[in-house]
Write a protein that binds this ligand. Structure first.
Ligand SMILES: [Zn+2]
Length: 267
């Protein structure tokens, strides 16, 4: 018996607030689904389909500590046959070159989340120490093509819901962080364990607490519209199956050459 092809291979996690009609850019809703997982129920996930036939699952998302166990979202993606997960988040700018209304693409991250599960461990057949998951190169390249003005940035994931202190903002900046947010971590690591592609695009909504705040002049709304215009192109660019290797992240033979491997092989 063959498995039917999935309705869509992309899940869009929306951690931004948009007007109700905004998502029509991805096509009309053609299905809605609730998914039950070991870690909680997810839904309704809306399946939208563009005139070209490309389908996208869309799920509103927030990374507050009260949220559903993030493992349930990634497991739901796998149950739906999704290979790619894109998280569109809002974030605070640590880098002084970034300001409210800027758009950035996440290229790497620092995990400072302390109160969420960071691994599936043996519950999903995952054992041992594995390479730290990175963002999907193919999805990031498509994002860069769709949003050529957006710089690549290092994202610091924190728990929230409180804002950072000025001292924390300086510390995160010294660590190399450009953005601070609540929604991409630990999801990116969990996606890596399930061998899913994961990428993040971020709309900057505040400057960090160690910097002066300037009056709001509609920058965030303009930036949201910019991303909203670009994402349908991003979706079409990913029409072909993934060739990035993320789906064999754990099952591919381990690379030799790390210090630990060399030490063991020398024994
Ligand atoms: Zn990938």
């Amino acid at each position: 018996m063959t498995t039917p092809p999935p309705e869509a291979d992309l899940l869009l996690l929306l951690a931004v607030v948009l007007p109700p009609r905004a998502l029509d850019a991805f096509g009309p809703v053609v299905d809605e689904r609730f998914v039950t997982t070991t870690y909680g129920d997810i839904g309704p996930l809306a399946l939208r389909r563009s005139p070209s036939g490309r389908g996208v699952w869309v799920q509103p998302y927030n990374g507050l500590p009260s949220r559903t166990d993030p493992r349930s979202t990634l497991l739901a993606a796998r149950k739906l046959g999704v290979q790619r997960v894109l998280n569109w988040d809002t974030a605070i700018a640590l880098n002084p070159l970034l300001a409210r209304g800027h758009v950035a693409i996440v290229t790497d991250y620092i995990d400072f989340v302390r109160h969420q599960p960071h691994t599936f461990l043996e519950s999903e057949g995952i054992t041992g120490i594995h390479q730290s998951p990175a963002v999907c190169p193919q999805m990031s390249e498509a994002l860069a093509n769709a949003l050529p003005m957006a710089p690549g940035c290092v994202y610091v994931g924190v728990d929230g819901p409180r804002r950072e202190t000025a001292a924390e903002a300086r510390m995160f900046r010294l660590w190399g962080g450009d953005l601070l947010g609540h929604n991409l971590v630990p999801e990116i690591a969990l996606a890596g364990e399930l061998e899913l592609c994961y990428a993040g695009v971020v709309t900057v909504v505040h400057a960090s607490a160690d910097r002066f705040s300037v009056p709001v002049e509609g920058e965030t709304r303009a930036a949201l519209e910019l991303v909203l215009d670009a994402l349908p192109h991003f979706v079409e660019m990913l029409a072909a199956p993934a060739t990035c290797g993320c789906s064999q992240r754990l099952s591919a033979p381990r690379k030799r050459g790390t210090l630990a491997n060399d030490w063991w092989s020398a024994k």
